[in-house]
Design a protein around this ligand. Structure first.
Ligand code: 0XW
Ligand code: MG
Length: 371
C-alpha cells in the first residue's frame, strides 16, 4: 500500500520556559519549535518536531532547522512515504548534514507509517518492553547546594530514581558543593549524573572528580570534544556519559571501543531522527552500554517519539526519556501528551503512530506549504 506524499506544511511554535532552566552554556528562554505535518495521497497525516533548547547546546539553531525543513520539503513531494529509507536517501541527496531538520521530517514519516499501518510507533521501531510508560530522569538546574538538595529530596519523593544535576559556568568549588549536597540526600536506588554540557576544561573536570571522589555518580559531557574526553577518561574517578559528542554511529562506536563511553545521552535531533537512534540502540545493546532516548527541548510530538523509542530499549540499559514539558508546561494534545506519573513518562496511546491527536489550528498559519 503506497503512501505518496501530497502535502507538507511547516509550523512554528514557541515553547517558552515557564520555570527557569539552566545549563552551563545557557538558560533556556523561549525557543521556537519547528513542526512538520506530512499528508499522503490518502489524506493520512504524520507529525514531526524539533526544538533546540538554545543556540549553544549543539551546533544547530531553531531558525536553521525551520529553514532546513523548508529547503528539504520539496524533495519529498510525490515520494512514497511507505519507504522511510528511500525518503531519507532523498533528504541526504538534497542536503548534507542538518540532522535537526531531517529529524523533524523523519519523525513525521514514522508517525505517518503508523497511521498507514494502524499500529503504534513503538511497534514499528522495535517493539515495546512496556507499552504504557517509560523511565525518565529529571534535571536539577544550576543553583546553591541547599536548592539542589531540596530539589533532589522533592524529586525522589515524587518517584524519580534518576537525577541529572547541571554544572559548569561557575567556580568548580561551587559545583563540588552542590554535588555533595545532592549526594547527601540521595537514596540508595537513585542514580546521579552531573551534566556539564561541555562547560569545563580537562583540568576542571579532573579537579571536580577529585573533589567528589566519594560521590556515587557519573559525569556527563564535562568537556567539549571527544578528544578532550578521551584524554581524561583514565584520570577521572567517575564513569563518563557522552552526550554532545555522540554525533553519529561511527563516533559512538569508537567511544565505546576505546573505553571512553560508559553511557550515552542520545538526542534524536543531533543524529537525525529515529532511524539512526535505532542503530545506536543496537550498538549499545551489543556492548551493554546504557543510553537515553530524548532531545534538547520540544513539545508532545518530540516527547512522544522519544517515549515510543525509549520503550524499545532494554530497560536495564535505558537511562530514560527526559521531558521538557515540566519546564514549558505546553501540551499539543492535552489528553494524550506525554507526562510524568510516579517518576515515569506516559507513552501516548490516543491512536496509531505517535498516539497523539493534533489539531493543526493551534499552531496558527503555516510558515510554509508545499503541495
Ligand atoms: C537534559 N537534556 C535532555 C535537556 C537539555 O536541553 C539538554 C539535555 C542534556 O542531557 O544535556
Ligand atoms: Mg546532557
Amino acid at each position: 500500500m503506497s503512501s505518496r506524499i501530497a502535502r507538507i506544511r511547516v509550523f512554528a511554535q514557541r515553547l517558552s520556559a515557564a520555570n527557569r532552566y539552566t545549563m552551563s552554556s545557557s538558560a533556556v528562554a523561549d525557543p521556537e519549535a519547528t513542526i512538520v505535518e506530512i499528508t499522503d495521497e490518502a489524506g493520512r497525516v504524520g507529525w514531526g518536531e524539533v526544538c533546540l533548547a538554545s543556540a549553544v547546546y549543539q551546533p544547530e539553531h531553531n531558525a536553521g532547522v525551520q529553514a532546513g525543513v523548508a529547503a528539504l520539503a520539496p524533495a519529498l513531494l510525490g515520494a512514497d512515504a511507505s519507504s522511510i529509507g528511500s525518503c531519507r536517501r532523498l533528504l541526504d541527496a538534497a542536503m548534507l548534514g542538518q540532522p535537526g531538520a531531517k529529524a523533524a521530517i523523519e519523525i513525521a514519516l514514522w508517525d505517518l507509517a503508523g497511521h498507514r499501518l494502524g499500529v503504534p510507533m513503538h511497534e514499528l521501531v522495535g517493539g515495546a518492553h512496556d507499552a504504557e510508560t517509560v523511565g525518565t530522569y529529571h534535571v536539577i538546574g544550576i543553583g546553591s547546594p541547599d536548592e539542589a538538595a531540596a530539589d533532589a529530596v522533592r524529586l525522589q519523593s515524587e518517584g524519580h530514581n534518576r537525577l541529572q544535576l547541571k554544572a559548569g559556568g561557575r567556580p568548580i568549588a561551587d559545583d563540588v558543593a552542590a554535588a555533595h549536597a545532592v549526594a547527601d540526600v540521595l537514596e540508595p536506588t537513585t542514580e546521579l549524573a552531573v551534566d556539564v554540557n561541555r562547560g569545563w576544561t580537562t583540568a576542571e573536570a579532573i579537579q571536580f572528580s577529585n573533589g567528589c571522589a566519594n560521590v556515587r555518580m557519573s559525569i556527563e559531557q564535562p568537556c567539549d570534544s571527544a578528544a578532550d574526553l578521551r584524554s581524561i577518561r583514565d584520570r577521572l574517578r567517575h564513569p563518563l556519559i557522552i552526550d554532545e559528542s555522540s554525533t553519529d554511529l561511527a563516533v559512538s562506536a569508537g567511544l565505546i571501543a576505546d573505553g571512553t563511553a560508559s553511557a550515552f545521552g542520545i538526542k534524536l535531533s543531533r543524529v537525525g531522527g529515529l532511524s539512526p537512534v535505532m542503530g545506536l540502540r543496537e550498538l549499545c545493546a551489543s556492548a551493554r552500554v546504557p543510553m537515553s532516548t530524548d532531545d534538547a527541548w520540544g513539545g508532545d510530538i518530540m516527547a512522544a517519539a522519544c517515549a515510543h523509542l525509549g520503550a524499545t530499549v532494554d530497560p536495564r540499559l535505558h537511562r530514560g526519556t527526559w521531558l521538557a514539558h515540566p519546564y514549558h508546561q505546553t501540551h499539543y494534545d492535552e489528553l494524550n501528551g506525554p507526562r510524568i506519573v510516579d517518576g515515569r513518562v506516559t507513552i501516548p496511546a490516543g491512536g496509531p503512530g505517535l498516539g497523539l491527536l493534533i489539531d493543526a489550528t493551534q499552531f496558527g498559519a503555516p510558515t510554509h506549504t508545499f503541495d
